[in-house]
Design a protein around this ligand. Structure first.
Ligand code: PGA
Length: 255
């Protein structure tokens, strides 16, 4: 059975003390209210990670993730953070290829392939993001866009390494806009992604791959989205900044 995951992406929000209290609230609520095997991941800014990983220690259902990592092991890259630094403070996941990184920082599929390699080599689990823009959706090219992002960013991996990835489908037009993909739209493309994975790595790997939906996910729409056959959880931006909303989304998987 593939893993169900609800991951929060705080983006560039929350100073140190606010981040610590938000995370503590999440840990406590998860402990009291989350029933099932779903994993709750919080992807916070770098400065929080060491402390959050310490707070998460002992709470198996809660993990900490970063939002990015550099593509080289170490060296003269002023201002950057490496994958090995992240694992050294107890970080377990790393978001790679978020559309904001692609759009504002020029990250392309080739660079993301390198980042994926270095993250895996350092024991991190990448949450690899793919998704089309509004123009691509309206122009009908969205299957091709998603297919090439997936293939160029991850299909060089061995089967064993691919099995460590989490894929997140995030239509850019739904991120932070309040417009959510309908559950049918999301299911359609999640099934397509799983089919592409099956074509490359076989049906077993495809069935074992966790594919998250991201884009204006909230406590009201999570139930319906997560009940789709190929949607295994969510990557949550805005709603992850409120402990109540975030944990309510995670509870969509309560058994
Ligand atoms: P949103 O962001 O939930 O605020 O739309 C999702 C994301 O960017 O990961």
């Amino acid at each position: 059975m593939r893993k169900k995951i609800v991951a929060g992406n705080w983006k560039m929000n929350k100073n140190y003390t606010d981040g610590l209290s938000l995370f503590s609230e999440v840990v406590n609520m998860v402990k009291d209210e989350v029933r099932g095997n779903q994993q709750v991941v919080v992807c916070a800014p770098y400065i929080h990670l060491h402390s959050l990983a310490a707070l998460a220690n002992g709470h198996q259902q809660v993990s900490v993730g970063a939002q990015n990592a550099h593509q080289e092991e170490s060296g003269a890259y002023t201002g950057e953070i490496s994958a090995s630094m992240l694992s050294s403070v107890g970080v377990e996941y790393v978001i790679l290829g978020h559309s904001e990184r692609r759009q504002y920082f020029g990250e392309d599929n080739a660079l993301l392939a390198k980042k994926t390699d270095i993250a895996l080599a350092n024991g991190l689990k990448p949450i690899f993001c793919i998704g089309e823009t509004l123009t691509e959706r309206e122009g009908g090219t969205y299957f091709d866009v998603v297919k090439s992002q997936l293939a160029e960013g991850t299909f060089h991996l061995s089967e064993a390494d691919f099995g460590k990835l989490v894929i997140a489908y995030e239509p850019v037009w739904a991120i932070g806009t309040g417009v959510t993909a309908s559950s049918a739209q999301a299911q359609e493309i999640h099934a397509f992604i799983r089919k592409e994975i099956a074509g490359k790595y076989g049906e077993t790997v495809a069935q074992d791959t966790t594919i998250l939906y991201g884009g204006s996910c909230n406590p009201k729409n999570a139930d319906e989205l997560f009940s789709q056959a190929d949607i295994d959880g969510g990557l949550i931006g805005g709603a992850s900044l409120k402990s109540r909303d975030f944990v309510d989304i995670a509870k969509a998987f309560n058994s």
